[in-house]
Write a protein that binds this ligand. Sequence first.
Ligand SMILES: [Zn+2]
Length: 272
Amino acid sequence: MSIMDYFAVHIVPKMYRGKGALHPSETGKLTDMVSCVREYDVNIFFIHKGDTLIAIDAGYKNHPGLLPGCRKIGVDPGKVQALFLTHADPDHAGGLDVRQTNHFENAKIYVGETEENYLTNTYHRKQIGPIGLKNSVAIKPGYHLLKDGETARIGDIRVQALLVPGHTLGHLCYLIDDTMLFTGDAIALNKDGGWCFFSLFNYDSELNIRSLHVLQERLTLSDIRYVFTSHNGYTGDAPSVFRHIDTIPDIRSKDAVFDETAPYDCFADKGE
Ligand SMILES: [Zn+2]
């Protein structure tokens, strides 16, 4: 197991339990068009429109909850036509890794052009003193690289890539049909609204804050019906998502709880 994978499934759960930082949606249908599978602390999103089925992110490597979760929501991952990665971290791109079974075998894969540097290990994911941590995910060649602002059309679904660097340097948010925003790991969300994502995981939190301001200016918030985060559920109140973006939630102090309604430990049961 790589250091990054070990960190994701052994260190993070211990550091984060009881902090209320991780509160993904449970597996199920969220809106008319969107359903999700929960894998531990993260969501994979599926968007249907007519005969078109796309996904945002691929979850962990070999997660045992993927297929039971997909069955529960009536989705065949083999029928996903296009899969859009917000970024290349193991909890988002692991499900496409070449060293495990890829259940999204027919999907065209989209990833940000800068984010590719983590897949090729041109960039280190995180620098800890002299040690540069490498990303642990490798995906099959043939994926499509998205430029900032580029729009992909899959059947009747329009997906616009919006570069929001900070968590990783090539992190993308996706605006779908101008009405649904998928923020990946750019925003942490609780009952008070959205915040800069938790600093431990960010490559550069100050950059993330600046990027969120740029994102806010690019969006027409009155058109957005839903905003989905990868680790903190979703909301129908789009303006609230930008309410606290200048603040990095401090969850290090002993009594800090970001979301009182979050489970004590998302990793205790796998999710499906
Ligand atoms: Zn994540």
